[in-house]
Design a protein around this ligand. Structure first.
Ligand SMILES: [Zn+2]
Length: 418
């Protein structure tokens, strides 16, 4: 048998597959969806499962104030660490790979390196971040690590059902204010690496196992209200109505034009939620509330799109005699992956003879938050038919193995480089 060196070290794929299947059973319901929403009992069970895996190795286990779960090599070293990981929480009825894959690949990488007795110049850390899916607005765990939280934000964070973050953390014996202590110094982190499913159809269509993430799209998310008058559906003539839904309909048909004129090939815009008021069949809708989610990887284009959408909405409102208001729910600046880390992954892929596709990430990931803070690299593996946030989420095992081995090689190189 050829001797194992760092250059031909590979993951123990059977063990990784077992881990993925075991964790997929935590929080799985009869509809086959996984319900590990942040700080639910199922989410805490997932974290406990991970702790048990870490403790069954000789890796050092710890949890920070934001309930992020860590494993690390060489806990006594004061060198900055290379962190690899993702998140364990899911959306309701989520799939088994979103987040979990990145955590389990990270765990497997650390285990293999430890088993071979390899010591790296920079110690390694595995992380499973809290509430990446943003049940409470988040991504909470990665924001905590990067020092982006404040006490007011923690105490006012609430989910769609009116449940407070502080309340659920206390139920699990956690002190919400401790999340402020999870803040790390940028000097304590050498780089961050994340493996994630693409959650879109691009790699699957190309039959390509590896996506090299160039950077993260920025976004703005608005909550928009158009207000007219709620009148009787039988007695109000058509020309005497101020129907708020009419305004929304006109706006939604203008979206493709606005993207064409002011956006790029990467621009996307979505109205994902609509509520009509009073919401009865025999009343003209006097008010409509809806969400608008707009994304692009270029900061200037994103600003231009915001302006164009605002102008279009106020023009429609004026013409139709509606009142127009909007709240900004979230804004995130686009950010590139770090060129050094990106090139390290790219060289590793070339040395392994792996075809790859270079692409931006359209979804928000912990790596995007970390990119404000340290050098970040990210690897995508394909999502079958682009499906995610659903029990239909699937990635072929061969693609998972390929992605995990690329992560292992990249991690070793990053942890050795100056
Ligand atoms: Zn995810």
């Amino acid at each position: 048998m050829p001797q194992t060196t760092t250059r031909n070290l590979t993951v123990n794929f059977d063990r990784l597959r077992d881990d993925i299947q075991q964790l997929a059973a935590v929080g799985r319901h009869e509809d086959h969806g996984i319900y590990r929403m942040a700080f639910t009992d199922e989410d805490m069970e997932g974290r406990d499962w991970l702790r048990d895996q870490i403790e069954s190795t000789e890796l050092h286990y710890y949890r920070d104030g934001a309930a992020n779960v860590f494993a690390r090599t060489d806990p006594d070293s004061d060198q900055p660490t290379v962190i690899i990981g993702s998140h364990l929480d899911t959306v309701p009825a989520g799939g088994h790979l979103d987040g979990a894959l990145g955590v389990l690949v990270g765990l497997e990488c650390l285990r293999r390196i430890h088993e071979e007795g390899i010591t790296t110049r920079y110690p390694l850390e595995l992380v499973a971040f809290s509430d990446e899916e943003g049940r409470f607005g988040g991504p909470f765990g990665s924001q905590a690590l990067c020092g982006e939280l404040n006490p007011e934000g923690i105490y006012t964070a609430v989910d769609l059902n009116g449940i407070y973050l502080s309340e659920v953390m206390q139920q699990h014996g956690l002190d919400p204010m401790e999340a402020l202590q999870a803040r790390r110094s940028p000097d304590s982190v050498h780089a961050y690496l994340e493996v994630h499913i693409e959650q879109g159809p691009v790699l699957d269509n190309l039959h390509c196992s590896i996506g090299l993430v160039t950077g993260f799209t920025g976004l703005f998310k608005w909550f928009i209200r158009l207000k007219g008058k709620a009148d009787h559906a039988g007695t109000t003539p058509m020309n005497m109505r101020t129907d708020a839904l009419g305004g929304l309909s006109e706006f939604s048909t203008e979206i493709p034009r606005i993207l064409e004129e002011n956006g790029s090939d990467n621009s996307v815009a979505t109205i994902g939620k609509i509520d009509l008021f009073p919401g009865t069949a025999n009343t003209v809708p006097g008010e409509v509330e809806f969400s608008l989610d707009v994304r692009d990887p270029n900061v200037d284009i994103l600003a231009e799109l915001a302006l164009a959408f605002r102008k279009a909405l106020s023009a429609i409102a004026r013409r139709r005699n509606l009142m127009f208001e909007f709240d900004i729910l979230s804004e995130l600046e686009p950010s590139p992956c770090h060129p050094e880390i990106y090139n390290t992954i790219k060289r590793a892929a070339e040395q392994m003879d792996l075809p790859y596709h270079e692409m931006p990430s359209g979804a928000v990931h912990d790596a995007q938050i970390l990119s404000h803070f340290t050098r970040v690299g990210m690897i995508f593996v394909p999502s079958k038919d682009g499906r995610s946030h659903s029990p239909a989420e699937w990635t072929h095992w061969e693609d998972i193995e390929t992605g995990a081995n690329l992560a292992l090689q990249s991690l070793l190189t990053i942890a050795e480089a100056e």
